[in-house]
Structure formats: C-alpha cells, structure tokens
Design a protein around this ligand. Structure first.
Ligand SMILES: NC(=O)c1ccc[n+]([C@@H]2O[C@H](COP(=O)([O-])OP(=O)(O)OC[C@H]3O[C@@H](n4cnc5c(N)ncnc54)[C@H](OP(=O)(O)O)[C@@H]3O)[C@@H](O)[C@H]2O)c1
Length: 359
C-alpha cells in the first residue's frame, strides 16, 4: 500500500486502493448494511495504518452519519493532513426545498459547508459532483468548483456518475478558461461491469482524469461468497436475494479458477484486475469488517499472469455496440491499409504540440 499514483493530470498522490465509507453509520438509505462507529473505526484505522490515504465519503451516505463518524475518527487519529479527504454533493438534504439538492451553485456551496461541519475540517482535498442532475449547465459547476478552490475550501475537483460528454465538456471548458481542472471521474467498474471501457477510459486518459472506480468487487459478488439459488443469490451478504445473469456467473467461475491457480482470494484477483486496467488510478473498496479489508489490502502484492488475465477477459467479454466496434483493428483496416507503415518519424522530427507543450 506504499504505492501512490498521481490522480489524473495533477500533483495529488493517491493510494491505488481508496477506502469507501458508504457503510459507515446506520442511518438513511444505506442503513441495511451499515456499520457502527466502533466497527467503522477499526476499518478506518486498519486502512490508514496500511498506508492508505484516499478516503471516499458523501453527504448522502447514511444520512450524514458517514461524514460525522469520519470527522471524529480523523480527529482522534490526528493525521488529517496525511489524508486525501473526498466528499460529494448532489442528493437532496430537504425534499421540500427545490434548491436543497442538485448541482447548482447555491446547493454546491451549501452542501460543502455542511460536509465541512460534519467532517470537522476547514477544507476537502477532493470534492466531487455525485450524480448528473440533467439540469445545471456545466459552466456553472466548473466555475463554482474554481471559486471553492480559490476560497481555500477544496483543493481538487472531480465528477462522479456523469455522461462522458458532460465530463469532456467540463474539462475542456476548464482548460479553455484556465479554471480548476477535473482530476478524476468516479464510476462503477469491475469484471461484471465494464461499461466504462469504450467511452470513459479513453476520455479520462486523453483529458487527464484518473478513474476512481466504485463497486470494484461488484458489491461482493466477486468475492465468491454467493451461490445460485432459485430465489436469486444465496449466501450471507448485502446482495443476498438479488438476481444475477448467466454472464456474471461465467465471470465468477473464471475468477474462481484463476484465484485457485494463483492461491489468492477471488476478491484479491478481482481488485488486482480492475486496478491494473488502463486509465484506473484507484479502486474504492468497501468492507464490512477488518478481515475483508485485510484481504483487499493485499490485492496488489502480486501480478496476474497474462494467460490468467486472458481467461478473465474472455469470460468477462461483452459485445461492443456500434460505433465502438468500429474502432477495432478489423474496421480500421478499411481506413488505413494495414500493409502501410505509419507513425514512425525520422530522428529529429519535431513532435506535435499538445496543450502548449511538446508531447
Ligand atoms: N460515486 C458513486 O456513485 C458510488 C456508488 C457506490 C459506491 N461508491 C463508493 O465506493 C465504495 C465501495 O462501494 P461498494 O461497497 O459497492 O464496493 P465493493 O468493494 O464492490 O463491495 C464491497 C462489499 O463487498 C463485500 N466484501 C468485500 N470484501 C469481501 C471479502 N473479502 N469477502 C466477502 N465479502 C466481501 C462486503 O459486503 P457484505 O459483507 O455486506 O456482503 C463489502 O461491503 C463505497 O463505500 C463508496 O465510497 C460510490
């Protein structure tokens, strides 16, 4: 865990495994699988002691309890400055007030002030828009992020759960106007959910955003603790009773084979796979207890051999829709004759200029 990546095109160093705290506390929407402050404290300490620095929460998690618990744990721990403390805004905190949710400037500022109060700190290291509200102009969000950086209330900004075109527009607008860039996009990504690959991964790579991925274990499906039953997933965990498609079982079976061959937990192989996928800066892991977290923290201590990776990729393959299937070698050979050599420049050839600097 003493291995840190720069988050997107920034100078911020983050752990390759982030700590998800959606289950810290027992209030609100996430109450069903929430953890007490004592249990959350043990998970938090284990993560920090292992060298982890990226902490992910949101105002919405456990109806604000996650932030309050974290605030107390961080104060007790006394290492606030070591952490890259991240929170998010979007969800409504008062259903009777139309401006108490969404991504408008008024709510962004109010939500941040409330998060800072709950977390007992005067700034966030990373502040994320939680979900696209389909209303607020991107310029308003980017300008407000920039104002919050200038006011010293946040250090970095990013987006979660937005369409790729929206993230691309935000970044391009920020670049064009010299405003605070988006350093991350936070999205679901795992062996059973690869939807980010055709659009978000190349966008993040080309526009300087590091992917921070949520539900990297598919919410627990990729740990191997569930079995097929007539009533959906059987087993002890938060997904018990959920429906799972045949393709997902195919992935689980391949993962079990690979993990068995490597002598590793399935969860470790699943995490290792996603963290080492192109564009991924960090995986946001959740844990119900310290033993689960311990398993996850050892997930990057080994390398998945090429043949095992190919087995996983094959089991988790999904049909690329058009136009993405047209960006593969078969179609591309219609555009450029594969027999031609293109791209190798003679020594001394001036490289292209990218963003004002030579690439
Ligand atoms: N931006 C967003 O919209 C968004 C959305 C969702 C989550 N997130 C963030 O991502 C974090 C992680 O999300 P997630 O909890 O869905 O991620 P996950 O890592 O895919 O799933 C974690 C869950 O899997 C089970 N698990 C983990 N390790 C295990 C092991 N070794 N053996 C057996 N079971 C194990 C536990 O659930 P049980 O023990 O209860 O079965 C644990 O809570 C959240 O805390 C939050 O910070 C962000």
């Amino acid at each position: 865990m003493n291995d840190y990546y720069l988050l997107g095109r920034s100078g911020l160093r983050v752990s390759r495994l982030a700590l998800g705290t959606m289950n810290f506390g027992v209030g609100g929407f996430h109450a069903a699988y929430g953890r007490s402050e004592e249990e959350a404290g043990a998970i938090f300490r284990r993560y920090v002691e292992a060298g982890g620095n990226l902490i992910d929460t949101a105002d919405f998690y456990t109806a604000g309890e996650s932030e309050r618990i974290l605030g107390r744990l961080i104060a007790r721990d006394g290492q606030r400055d070591r952490l890259v403390l991240t929170s998010k805004f979007t969800n409504s905190v008062d259903p009777s007030d139309p401006n108490a949710g969404g991504n408008g400037r008024k709510h962004m500022i109010r939500a941040l002030d409330a998060s800072l109060r709950r977390l007992g700190t005067d700034h966030l290291d990373l502040y994320l828009l939680h979900t696209w509200d389909r209303i607020t102009p991107v310029e308003e969000v980017v300008r407000t992020f920039d104002d919050l950086v200038r006011a010293g209330k946040i250090r970095y900004a990013g987006l979660s759960d937005v369409p790729a075109w929206y993230a691309a527009r935000a970044q391009t607008y920020a670049e064009a106007h010299g405003l605070t860039p988006m350093v991350t996009v936070q999205l679901p990504y795992s062996l059973v959910d690869r939807a980010v690959e055709p659009e978000f991964v190349p966008m993040a790579q080309s526009l300087g955003m590091g992917l921070t991925v949520w539900s990297p274990l598919g919410g627990g499906l990729l740990t191997g603790k569930y079995r097929r039953t007539a009533d959906g997933l059987g087993g002890d965990g938060r997904l018990a009773g959920s429906a799972v498609g045949e393709r997902d079982w195919q992935v689980v079976d391949a993962l079990a084979t690979v993990a068995g061959g490597l002598g590793r937990d399935m969860a470790q192989v699943a995490l290792n796979w996603v963290v080492t996928q192109p564009g991924v800066a960090s995986a946001v892991v959740g844990a119900s207890g310290t033993s689960q977290l311990d398993a996850s923290l050892a997930a990057l201590d080994f390398t998945i051999p090429d043949d095992a990776r190919a087995l996983l990729d094959e089991a988790a393959a999904w049909p690329l829709p058009k136009p993405y299937s047209m960006f593969t070698p078969g179609y591309q050979s219609w555009i450029v004759n594969p027999g031609l050599t293109i791209g190798d420049k003679p020594a001394g050839y001036a490289p292209p200029v990218v963003n004002g600097a030579h690439a």
